[in-house]
Design a binder for this molecule. Sequence first.
Ligand code: ANZ
Ligand code: ZN
Length: 810
Amino acid sequence: MGYDFKVIEKKWDEEWKENPVARTKPTGSGKKFYCLDMFPYPSGSGLHVGHWRGYVLSDVYARIKWLEGYNVLHPMGWDAFGLPAENYAIQNKAHPKVATAKNIANFKKQLSEVGALYDWSKELNTTDPEYYKWTQWIFLQMYSAGLAYEADTEVNWCPVLKTVVANEEVVNGRCERSGALVEKKNVRQWMLKITDYADKLLEGLDRLDWPEKVKSMQRNWIGKSEGVEIQFEVSGITSPDSEEILKLPVFTTRPDTIFGVTFIVMAVDHELAETIIEPSQQKAVQEYRDQVAELGEKNQGDKLGVFTGSYALNPVTKDLIPIYFANYVLKEYGTGIVMAVPAHCQRDYEFAKKFDVSIKPVVQCPGGDWDGAYEGDGTLFNSGLFNGMQALGEGRKKITEYLAKVGSGKKVTRYRLRDWIFSRQRYWGEPIPLVHCQKCGVVAVPEKDLPVTLPDVEHYEPTGTGESPLASIEEWVNTMCPSCEGPAKRETNTMPQWAGSCWYFLRYPNPDLSDEPFSQKDMKYWMPVDLYVGGIEHAILHLLYARFYVKVLYDLGHLPFNEPFKRLFNQGMINRYSEKSGQVEKMSKSKGNVVNPDEIVEKYGSDVLRMYILFMGPPELDCEWQDTGLEGIKRFTQRLWRYLTDEKNILNDAGEEDVTAKKRTHRLIKEVQERLGAFKPNTALSACMEWLNDMIAQKMRISKKNAESVILLISTMAPHMASELMERLFDKKLQDCQWPTFDPALTQVDEITIPIQVGGKMRGTITVGANEKEQVIRDLARKAVTRYLIDKEIIKIVYVPKRMVNFVVS
Ligand code: ANZ
Ligand code: ZN
């Protein structure tokens, strides 16, 4: 009889709904395992198979730990604030709450098909006022610790979303979400001092069991660099706000090359730019500005620049060197001004060639001459007192000391990381819980008045003026100052979507707690998260922000740990061939290559989809979806079902299991456990397939105990089928079983030693597994006697299975 997934999966889905088996035990009940998925944004388009890839993977581990007897917390929730719901509301004139609730209902239905061990009693939703009350509370903790501040700064403004976006949300000058070119605009903002945590965020990385790639992305994003700030006097120009001679500060990591500085380059939008430009160069500078603007994003790294007409003094050589504007200098990094050393920095070299500036080498390249700029280490020359020193050793040290002594340089540490722009001028987010009072200034909303709930509005449209739509709701905006009780106005900016996801993992152990965001007892027991599964796209955004929040809460005494996620796993993407483009690409609606999991579940069942996703390839790599792959998995489930439900194959209690069959099954347990442990579910599943082939081909029968072990292994990947088999064969439920173990003695592969002859003479032996393939044995045998085969022609190889290999030679 075949396996009827439709009936059986429905039966178990209903059973699990009525009697949830995934209920987390109370805090403190034995060993714990906190298995977390990055919670989804409940979009209108529903779950796709890419979501499934992460959820199925995490569920495999939750199921292993569950069978191992751990107290497992495997929760699910909704990251439901954010722009798409708001945009949908604008188009459909519906409250974002309504669309969000509808989407959540749909997601939940779709998620129930995954058959994962979710404890739905832990469900949370970031847009629930009882949740965002605590998101606001955390903000207030930061505010009173001086970590949140207001600034009228130049920010990234997305003209499409009509809101400010964070630096982390800008990729190659474009808004990551809308794709629009980001503009610079001065808007009053709330900022979080994430830069205060740059060092802590860096140090913590070393202790995490995370993919190296993510750690290095975070390191680069923080971008710590230790260098020296050196002052260059400008000849004949005084500072705009004093009578003193103007000094330009530069940031360099190579003070050792100071004798080779032959010009200065700065960003044209630098605040000192206007002061520097000589009247005679005004026109040329304007042309340069136009040129840069015109080239805009099309610029492929062309070095553009213009002479300012001014000169600076090299503080050590006292040479007058020209000052240029150049587009390769970033205004936001370092001081926005660079000392250019064309002999030892490739960018400066290209610029110097183009603008005909002199090039002065000061570091000897150990191998002799060098084409272009030599950026490595070597002995200093042309460097006065410092000649003969190792540039990056003594030279750098002594020159830094010298510059400090004469007052033109000081050691500084720079970070690429900028403070986090934390406010958005949109409706669908957490209101920032502050009020502005004319008398008292900015006042925090007292904890007893939290949450500050979002009012209902008629128009969700962003105003585009830099003000949130909340600003027009007078009844809401006008309030009483909590401090002097006089009239005050509420802050109308909302928090960015990241706010809710920075701490949701702290709330899952008890999402209904009413007088605290989380309890210390829960925190001690459940945290940190043991396994966190999600996409690599969050490498610097969510994963950096969440670490920052946890470190702040730790420093403020609210948490007993300072890293939230012990182990991180990033699943790769699922790509698929697109008829439209003729290429294998990321799934997207516009490419018409999206796979809807509901349809696959309908046609093949949830277990087949789960197994196919696990089988597609190493889970950390991108992989290609192929419809035919599902058929192969379907055949495997049918064969497995037939084998295990055929009474002939299962021995009764009196029956003696054949040693070969027993060994084969113990080897399977070992292989599956090792491979799953190493995050290689694809090879664990192929081990199951090979096992089944062997059992069927060799007509092996299996003991009840071993059949149960096999069902348990399979239950991590195909929980519906495994539950049904367990019930039919043994009248047991998965939750009453234990993760199988194997006898190591039984998993040893027998070895045999085979003599090798050349022309009938014994020339060596090889030792191989008893079941080694013939081709492997032939290859090994040839290698073992190579030196006897030189100059000989092999006429024939005689292989007597398991006994002898003989090379017949001429
Ligand atoms: C002189 C020099 C000589 C440099 C040399 C390099 C090599 P990291 O390590 O990434 O911090 N720099 C400084 N500010 C800059 C800006 N706003 N825009 C573009 N480039 C800038 O890089 C530090 C180096 O980047 C600095 O050291 C500076 O060039 C350049 F043989 O100074 B260097
Ligand atoms: Zn007041």
